[in-house]
Design a protein around this ligand. Structure first.
Ligand SMILES: CC(C)(COP(=O)(O)OP(=O)(O)OC[C@H]1O[C@@H](n2cnc3c(N)ncnc32)[C@H](O)[C@@H]1OP(=O)(O)O)[C@@H](O)C(=O)NCCC(=O)NCCS
Length: 333
């Protein structure tokens, strides 16, 4: 699915992120499962990840990230018209995590809902919010990727527990002026034939958790990693190329690629296929692991706050996740 150009430009007016305090290192994991720092580092690039406190939920992570994005955009909660939270680890199945965020922020005028598109969720939210703002339905939006994946990981399964972490990243979108900052092009896609490759099988209507199955840990992430890997590289390459072309850009115009942070080998493969040098690709997965929908916006916020993105720069965001889903955006800052 692709979007045509719009008469009303929409820009990213602010970013924010929040990571829980507790750090879980590869050395810590060596004491929990049969793994090693050497295996995790060489196969994924991850060195440590953050783990939310027991009383810290996805909505808390989202709220903290959202506050920072609001502050940077120079908006108050009272100004907010729309809140979209992308998450696969909602506080509750219903109501939406976005409703808790609305309450926490005191953003009483904002319409709030969640979307579920796994690691691509933040960029799905960007596409939805951009369209709703450019159509004139809303003046601004807070979009957040927030995950407490630690609550849905089987801590005895070494093939998945070393990969994931908790966190949240956010952005404020609002109307812009022609020639200024603008989300130039977006791309989203889905392949529902591949649902078996990456999922949380239990806890939904297909497989409620009962006393009879409680010991099977069905409400935790299950993945066929090597198959996911191949799809990830192809889909992210194609999606990134699509937005670069639709924005009328060439790879050499891209100041920074901000990819989903799942695996350093996937990121390197994409950089190679996009013909973008590695120093133009933002990486922070060594600190946080894969935080699903939060990964792209956390990386975007860090890149922005550390001066890797400046006014007028062209950047590309690209992500991939369960579904399978993929998404990309080309942005002029
Ligand atoms: C998960 C991933 C890192 C595994 O790397 P891989 O090179 O594909 O490794 P494999 O799954 O083939 O496993 C290789 C071996 O390592 C073992 N292994 C798996 N996890 C391990 C761990 N944490 N520590 C040590 N050994 C481990 C496996 O048991 C297997 O052993 P075997 O050969 O004796 O059977 C990799 O497939 C990946 O990153 N895939 C994409 C995942 C992803 O991005 N998911 C999120 C999408 S948003």
């Amino acid at each position: 699915m692709s979007g045509p150009g719009n008469s009303r430009p929409v820009a990213i007016a602010g970013t924010g992120s929040y990571l829980p305090e507790r750090v879980l290192t590869n050395a810590d994991l060596e004491k929990m499962v049969d793994t090693s720092d050497e295996w995790i580092t060489s196969r994924t690039g991850i060195k440590e990840r953050r783990i939310a406190a027991d009383d810290e939920f996805s909505s808390h992570l989202a709220t903290n990230a959202g506050r920072k994005a609001l502050e940077q955009a120079g908006l108050t909660a009272d100004d907010l018209e729309l809140i979209i939270v992308a998450t696969i680890t909602p506080d509750t199945l219903t109501p939406a995590t976005a409703c808790y965020v609305q309450q926490n922020l005191g953003a009483t005028k904002a319409v709030a809902f969640d979307i579920s598109a796994a690691c691509s969720g933040f960029l799905y939210a960007m596409k939805i919010a951009k369209r709703l703002i450019s159509d004139g339905a809303f003046e601004n939006a807070l979009i957040v990727g927030a995950e407490k994946l630690s609550a849905f990981v089987n801590w005895e399964d070494r093939s998945t527990c070393v990969l994931f972490g908790d966190g949240a990243g956010a952005a404020i979108l609002k109307r812009s002026e022609p020639g200024k900052g603008e989300i130039l092009a977006t791309d989203i896609g889905t392949d529902g034939r591949q649902t078996r490759l990456l999922n949380i099988p239990g806890g939904g209507s297909a497989c409620p958790i009962t006393i009879a199955n409680a010991d099977q840990r069905l409400a935790s992430l299950s993945m066929i990693g090597n198959e996911v890997f191949k799809h990830a590289v192809t889909r992210m390459r194609d999606s990134a190329n699509a937005v670069i072309a639709r924005a009328g850009l060439n790879p050499e115009d891209i100041k920074l690629v901000v990819p989903h942070q799942a695996n350093l080998r996937i990121i390197d493969a994409i950089a190679d296929r996009l013909a973008v040098p590695n120093d133009r690709v933002f990486v922070n997965l060594h600190k946080y692991g894969n935080t699903s929908a939060a990964a792209c916006p956390i990386a975007l916020d860090e890149a922005h706050r550390t001066g890797r993105i400046e006014k007028g720069d062209h950047i590309v965001l690209v992500a991939f996740g369960a579904g399978l889903t993929w998404a990309a955006a080309a942005v002029r800052w």
